[in-house]
Design a protein around this ligand. Structure first.
Ligand SMILES: NC(=O)c1ccc[n+]([C@@H]2O[C@H](COP(=O)([O-])OP(=O)(O)OC[C@H]3O[C@@H](n4cnc5c(N)ncnc54)[C@H](OP(=O)(O)O)[C@@H]3O)[C@@H](O)[C@H]2O)c1
Length: 327
């Protein structure tokens, strides 16, 4: 396992960390015992950072992470998120009373006195123009409830605006072979300001594992069935916003580039780590096999220039027009 500094937080985190959305819910049926085994396998292989949220299974994911921490002696850093419990999900809801209550609930779920990293959970764009929200986060740090805070964003413009706030330590953003725009301007700016980057949806919701086909089916409570067109939340969170058939075609083009001995999944994850600005990728994993395959991508050798250029060509010719200017 390789590690990188997470911005200026002092935390050195595994370049392949763990995304704990699927083990909470919205991804078809999951079994807590299997989820916990997946978490344990990740820690066995050097993963030391987990991304969760208060809304993943209404606390189920946070509580599983807490159980894991209790069962392990290693240091395991946890990032959680706040904001999505708001209903309606509006900018004004990101106020002192609500944020404080959300943080208190996460502290309880995680059975801890202080949250390592709290991220605003894809708030409406307007929130980035409300400095008072960030003042509340500063106060929560001063009160010892948060060690650090950051943001999870949908759009590059939100990422650029968020890092104008000096205490925003991290940005979580969709970055994968199907979502290359963050590398254009945002990465340089994040490096300049020493802001950590969590690359989320690194496998485009499983599409970049190469295992999906035109015949694949998903359970009704899996967002890959119910959110393909953004019916419940931002469309970009499901298959990165790329329509299913185009995704499958692009994967076939990429398959030819996968080095011998690597899986397509590992190729997709290693591609993300080619970018120095990225601190870690946070793939979701539902079982020990997935967890191990993902973790092992960290130490693979770099991808050569010619293959990087070919990946870029696939993006430019097949994917770019679908996503580039949208997020
Ligand atoms: N708004 C936000 O802040 C936000 C939004 C989205 C995600 N996130 C974070 O980012 C993390 C990662 O994104 P994601 O979970 O949406 O998508 P992802 O990591 O691109 O895809 C994860 C899914 O792909 C499949 N998979 C993973 N590893 C595999 C392997 N080795 N072989 C075969 N299949 C594999 C699993 O589902 P199946 O086995 O069912 O195919 C898994 O649940 C989340 O867990 C969450 O922590 C945050």
């Amino acid at each position: 396992m390789q590690y990188r500094e997470l911005g200026q937080t002092g935390m050195k985190v595994s370049t392949i960390s763990f995304g704990a959305w699927a083990i909470g819910g919205s991804w078809g049926s999951v079994d807590d015992k299997e989820s916990l085994s997946a978490l344990h396998r990740s820690i066995d292989l050097g993963v030391n950072f987990i991304d969760t949220a208060d809304v993943y299974g209404e606390g189920r994911s946070e509580r599983l992470v807490e159980k894991l921490r209790k069962e392990r002696k290693e240091t395991i850093y946890v990032a959680t998120k706040a904001g999505r419990r708001l209903d309606p999900h509006v900018a004004d809801g990101y106020n002192r009373a609500n944020l404080t209550a959300f943080v208190e609930r996460s502290l309880k779920n995680l059975a801890t006195d202080a949250i390592d990293l709290l991220q605003l959970h894809c708030p409406p764009t307007e929130v980035y123009y409300h400095p008072e929200t960030f003042d509340v986060l500063d106060d929560l740090v001063r009160a010892g409830k948060l060690r650090h805070y950051g943001v999870s964003v949908e759009k590059v413009e939100e990422a650029l605006k968020a890092i104008e706030y000096p205490n925003v330590q991290t940005v979580q953003i969709i970055f994968n072979i199907f979502r290359q725009r963050p590398a254009e301007l945002f990465f340089a700016e994040a490096l300049r300001r020493k802001v950590g980057i969590l690359a989320r949806v690194p496998l485009a919701s499983g599409m970049l594992t190469g295992k999906l086909t035109a015949k694949s089916t998903f359970e009704a409570d899996d967002h890959r069935a119910f959110n393909r067109h953004g019916e419940s939340f931002d469309r970009g969170e499901t298959f990165s916003g790329v329509d299913y058939d185009t995704g499958l075609q692009a994967v076939e083009e990429l398959r030819a580039l996968v080095p011998q001995g690597w899986s397509m999944t590992q190729f997709a994850l290693r591609w993300i780590l080619m970018f120095d600005a990225v601190t870690c990728a946070i793939p979701g994993a539902k079982n020990t096999g997935q967890a191990a395959e993902n973790a092992r991508a960290s130490a693979l050798p770099g991808i050569g220039e010619a293959d990087m250029a070919r990946i870029r060509q696939v993006y430019d010719s097949m994917i770019r027009e679908k996503v580039h200017q949208r997020w």
